[in-house]
Write a protein that binds this ligand. Structure first.
Ligand SMILES: [Zn+2]
Length: 1125
């Protein structure tokens, strides 16, 4: 039952396993890696017959082409062959007798992504304000303005009374080895796991009117709150500690002479007493020493900062409006969060101390201090990794790094009955090409020569650490299907006395969780070595695109950006070829062959049946054609400068790129820069069908569905060719993202949206996104297969891809930012001894045209006790799955149904825990599993997201856009997106590299005298309180007072003082951590922009009816109680 018992290391006993590092592959690092088995592709495609007659009239557009147009030829529609999945996945037979091949190859460090260049932000001005607001997905509409700000700031009055002097008390944790007595605990000791010290989180609901007992009463006003304690469970003790009841922040700014952080068991002014709330915490990870309680007001206790602390104390009148007397909360009297028609007073009347309910910040900080200091070694089966918010180093010792695979449950239930009972989804989030930090080695590349990778004869699983060698090493037994396979002579190796191969440490595929195999020609489409991929830039040159400055900005940027195309290893130049197309109602192809003095334009105006009017000279090597390309990029903005054309096509643009790749017989990516709804007569023409009246009706789902099947079919063709589409949208109105984004979505592409784009205001964001997008690590023409050991199998997949059967995830391209969420179901019983194994194999073409397989392996524990399951799970991954499930659900269900389904499943998960793993206790107590205590708060964030519960200000396109983005997000991205990071800037330590400790996302936590930074991966705000001291304002904004701060600033002034430097460095670091560039918005307190900012304070009630965290927790409690009764 205890966790240690299940931490059996996988495979055979491996004494000295830890010594892996000494036996690393360093000695082979210098060995030359075959960067490419194939010469760079430069010439015309063999076999291309430019004989077909153009199917449409060719003429220059009214915008004169710079040179006379040569007679053009049309590409014959080359039939493409969709390679059979079976050939790829099953691979070649392994019967050939081969000589021994090189054991392993070093990884080429040069293939890591290059650092992204940050761009100097262009100036901004006040006129751009509405644009910024729109870009942040909420229009500037003020018709839905929330109640006056002052109304909701500040804590309840009673709070202040009870906690005044104790406000500076640090909540501390008893050390592990000191018995922790809870004097006068208001709750009887509990043993949620008889015989165990399983961690639990309990939460006592306030009693109902009939069940009020003295035990549960809060201390009367004036009585100091008890010192809160929490810490590791001690032997035989299953309940300790209560979280602190501290005031919400606004009131008690730090003072220069406040107490230092740390253990203060006998702190004066703190009277141990019964808890005011019955919420209890038993950390899973025993805390080391004392951990200060996160408090929104204090952040990390740091040395007093001169010039900072004193003025804050002068703002005690922050909360001007007294709040109703705090009451014990009665779950039965709390309305459902979805019932918005109730008067607001009724919903706010029942207050519960927000500090007494599980705090995301506390959980994040605890994990950082408990698990951030030591490397996470993956040698132990079923280990739950540190949280995504913790900075940690991974050592691959036979299981994949959590950067590649994260699971919701690391202890799978042995039977499907157990799985059904607990309703915990068995799911993994896989990010096969994830970028690793500089101090972690990328997967090694293994070359088994002509035989290709070693695989199981039956299930075709790839050689991995879980395969068991038997009969002296002559055969191996598959860990996935148990089939026994002969070891080929060239792969034979003797076993040592433990049954382990003697070359164990020399072969990544025997000792590591993640590695790559070079694939042979058998793994290639049509058994042909692929050509290097191509990038085609397709630029909308209609009126809006020119007027916004987009075309000019883009063409100027491309001149230098083309030097940064992805390249293989240490290759001097990229093997990727490039091509250029511009379009409005017609398409213009450009011949940029190196031998030309000037680029040539070819116009295709018959877009009904798209063809490519040239092949030779369309896709070129950048270095060879640089002069012609530069000339073209100079001329494009001029050529179309005076265009009056407002109509565009879209379908033919993708078709043109697809046909070009087909003709060149290569995979590739289209970069489409598009501004309007494609209304021109053409295949894939769309109409404006936006209708917000459908929200909250049964027809709402159509807003997320494509309006025509044209793009579904086109996507299928693109996937077959390995043609991925990245879409950059610059709309000034509805463009139907749900339809335009479909091909991008199904081809593993990325979508970007810059609403009301103006080059000056939004150029920085666009150019940074573009740079990253062009340069990032990417694999083309990919197929991903997830194999599992007997007992479970992958049944469902979520992400940006296409599936033509139930097992193969087809990705025209997959880049380092894309994750795929996989759900597993039982098809048999599992057993505790064997555990469960997962192997993810991604077959892809590298940027140089090399065919490779990336393999990730993960072994999990299995359990017969539900308690083990609940103790080894991860809420962040669970939420990633839930949101993807929900966002797919809106395609076919009303959003209310989707929300109810999520609530119901989560309630069942928590009710099952309560019923089976927690000891009997009063029904008024909410008991949450430690690992899932944040499930309610995070789930609530998902439920009130713009996709599931939109406010009037959220556009249909924004909802479709967010839905698409989320679908390929990894766990770290969904985590911060749904619960943003809120950092008190005024508490930053200018002498440290660390960030100030985050605070909870609630208005109550904001101090009027503070400055805060909020980010969620897409949005970045700096909020300035109106009482912020002038020195700080001067240091950061270079103005003398709050009133002089220009909220239209898109960038912070570069000032030579420590506060300015530190804040700008924080902004830079945060931006570098996220895949997308976040534009900075300055929000002044009480400014109208504050409405937008408050949208991200996820613990608060939202203006469009989303429940506050407290209310939602009570609602969940009610749901759980109903399930239990
Ligand atoms: Zn097998």
């Amino acid at each position: 039952m205890n966790q240690q018992g299940h931490m059996a290391s996988y495979g055979q006993p491996q004494p000295g396993y830890q010594g892996y590092q000494q036996f690393g592959y360093n000695s082979q690092h210098t060995a030359g890696v075959p960067t490419s088995q194939y010469g760079p592709y430069n010439g015309p495609v063999q076999g291309y017959q430019p004989t077909a007659v153009p199917q449409g009239p060719l003429r220059p557009t009214s915008e004169a082409a710079p040179t006379s147009l040569p007679p053009s030829t049309a590409a014959q529609s080359t039939a493409y062959n969709q390679y059979g999945q079976g050939d790829i996945q099953n691979g070649p037979a392994m019967s050939d007798q081969m000589q021994r091949f090189p054991v392993s190859q070093s990884y080429m460090p040069g293939s890591q992504p290059m650092p992204y260049q940050q761009y100097a932000p262009p100036a901004s001005n006040a006129q751009q304000l509405p644009n910024q607001m729109a870009a942040m997905q909420i229009s500037g509409s003020t018709s839905n303005a929330p109640p006056p700000v002052s109304q909701s700031y500040g804590p309840p009055t009673s709070h202040r009374q009870t906690t005044g002097p104790a406000a500076y008390t640090q909540y501390s944790t008893p050390p592990q080895n000191i018995p922790s007595n809870i004097p006068q605990s208001g709750n009887p000791p509990q043993h949620p796991f008889p015989g165990q010290s399983a961690p639990v989180t309990t939460f006592t609901s306030p009693p109902t009117s009939t069940g009020l007992t003295g035990m549960n009463l809060p201390p009367p006003p004036g009585v100091p709150r008890p010192t809160a304690m929490h810490g590791p469970p001690l032997p035989g003790q299953s309940q300790i500690g209560f979280p602190p009841s501290q005031p919400p922040s606004g009131h008690y700014p730090p003072q220069p002479n406040h107490r230092p952080a740390g253990p203060q068991p006998g702190m004066p002014g703190v009277v141990p007493g019964p808890p005011t709330q019955g919420f209890q915490v038993h950390p899973t990870q025993p805390s080391q020493g004392f951990i200060p309680q996160q408090n929104g007001s204090f952040g990390q206790m740091r040395a007093p900062q001169p010039n900072y602390a004193a003025p804050y104390t002068g703002a005690p009148t922050y909360s001007s409006q007294p709040q109703p007397q705090q009451k014990r909360l009665d779950p039965d009297s709390i309305p459902s969060p979805q019932l918005n028609e109730l008067p607001p007073q009724q919903k706010t009347r029942h207050r519960i101390d927000p500090d007494a309910i599980p705090s995301p910040i506390q959980v994040i900080e605890d994990d950082k201090s408990n698990r951030g200091s030591e490397p996470f070694s993956t040698g132990v089966r079923g280990q739950v990794p540190p949280l995504v918010t913790t900075d940690f180093v991974v050592k691959d010792q036979g299981n994949s790094s959590p950067r590649f695979i994260r699971c919701a449950a690391y202890n799978l239930p042995c039977t499907s009955d157990m799985a059904k009972q607990c309703q915990v989804p068995l799911t993994a989030v896989i990010k096969p090409l994830a970028t690793l930090p500089a101090d972690e080695a990328p997967p090694y590349i293994v070359d088994h020569g002509k035989t290709g990778p070693i695989r199981c004869n039956r299930c075709k699983a790839y050689m991995c650490p879980y395969m068991q060698f038997i009969e002296g090493g002559r055969r191996f037994q598959c860990a996935f299907c148990s089939c026994v396979t002969e070891v080929l002579p060239h792969y034979f190796q003797h076993l040592d006395h433990t049954g382990k191969r003697m070359d164990y440490y020399d072969r990544p595929e025997l000792s590591l969780g993640s590695y790559e195999f070079l694939a042979t020609v058998d793994y290639c489409k049509n058994n042909k070595i692929p050509n290097p991929p191509a990038f085609i830039f397709m630029i909308d040159v209609s009126y809006n695109a020119l007027k916004s400055g987009l075309v000019h900005l883009l063409c100027e940027e491309l001149k230098s950006l083309l030097d940064y195309l992805p390249r293989e290893g240490n290759a001097e130049e990229s093997a990727i070829r490039v091509g250029f197309v511009t379009y409005n109602k017609v398409l213009h192809f450009y011949n940029v062959k190196s031998s030309l003095a000037q680029p040539q334009m070819m116009v295709v105006s018959d877009i009904a049946d798209m063809f490519v009017p040239l092949l030779d000279g369309f896709l070129v090597n950048v270095n060879e054609s640089r002069a012609v390309i530069n000339s073209l990029l100079e001329q494009i903005p001029e050529m179309f400068a005076d265009t009056r054309e407002t109509e565009t096509v879209f379908g033919p643009v993708i078709q043109a790129g697809l046909e070009a790749l087909k003709a060149a017989e290569c995979a590739g990516k289209l970069f489409i820069f598009h501004s309007t709804l494609p209304l021109a007569e053409a295949p894939g023409k769309l109409k404006n069908r936006d209708d917000k009246k459908l929200i909250n009706t049964d027809k709402e789902k159509v807003l997320f569905q494509p309006q025509t099947s044209f793009y579904n079919n086109l996507a299928k063709e693109c996937v077959a060719q390995g043609c991925s589409v990245d879409l950059f949208l610059f709309p000034n109105q509805y463009v139907d993202v749900a339809t335009l984004g479909l091909v991008t979505y199904q081809t593993g592409g990325s979508i970007y949206k810059y609403t009301y784009f103006q080059a000056q205001a939004d150029g920085e964001r666009f150019l940074n996104d573009l740079h990253r997008d062009v340069r990032k690590v990417i694999g083309f023409d990919s197929v991903m297969r997830v194999r599992t050991s007997t007992g479970i199998r992958a049944t469902d997949f979520f992400g940006s891809f296409y599936m033509s059967n139930t097992t193969d995830v087809e990705l025209a391209a997959l880049d380092c930012d894309k994750a795929i969420t996989v759900e597993f179901k039982h098809d048999d019983k599992l057993n505790e001894d064997n555990g469960a194994q997962i192997q993810c194999a991604l077959l892809y073409t590298s940027c140089s045209g090399q065919r490779r397989l990336r393999i990730h392996n993960l072994s999990l524990n299995c359990c017969t006790q539900l308690a083990d399951l609940y103790r080894n799970c991860e809420t962040d991954t669970l939420i990633n799955y839930f949101v993807k499930l929900a966002y797919r659900g809106v395609l076919s269900n009303p959003t209310k149904t989707v929300r109810d389904t999520l609530i119901n499943q989560s309630a069942q998960i928590l009710a099952c825990y309560r019923k089976n793993c927690a000891s009997p206790s009063s029904a008024g107590q909410l008991i949450l599993p430690e690992c899932m205590k944040l499930l309610p708060v995070y789930l609530n964030c998902v439920l009130k997201s713009d996709v599931l519960q939109p406010g009037a200000e959220v556009s249909t396109d924004d909802r479709a856009y967010i839905r698409q983005l989320i679908t390929s997000m990894d766990v770290a991205e969904t985590n911060v997106f749904f619960y943003p990071r809120l950092l008190p800037v005024h508490k930053m330590d200018v002498d440290s590299d660390d960030f100030p400790m985050a605070i909870r996302c609630s208005e109550e936590r904001l101090s009027k005298g503070g400055i805060y930074l909020l980010e969620n991966g897409l949005n970045l705000f700096i909020w300035v309180g109106m009482n912020t001291q002038h020195d700080l304002i001067q240091s950061i904004f270079n103005v003398q007072s709050f009133g002089q701060i220009d909220s239209a600033l898109a960038t912070l002034p570069m000032l030579d003082n420590p506060y300015s430097k530190k804040l700008r460095s924080m902004v830079d670091m945060i931006r570098a951590q996220r895949p997308r560039f976040m534009k900075l918005m300055i929000v002044k307190q009480d400014d109208k922009m504050e409405l937008l900012f408050k949208h991200f304070l996820m613990e608060d009630k939202s203006v469009n009816g989303g429940a506050s965290y407290v209310d939602f927790l009570c609602h969940m409690h009610k749901e759980i109680r109903q399930l239990l009764s």
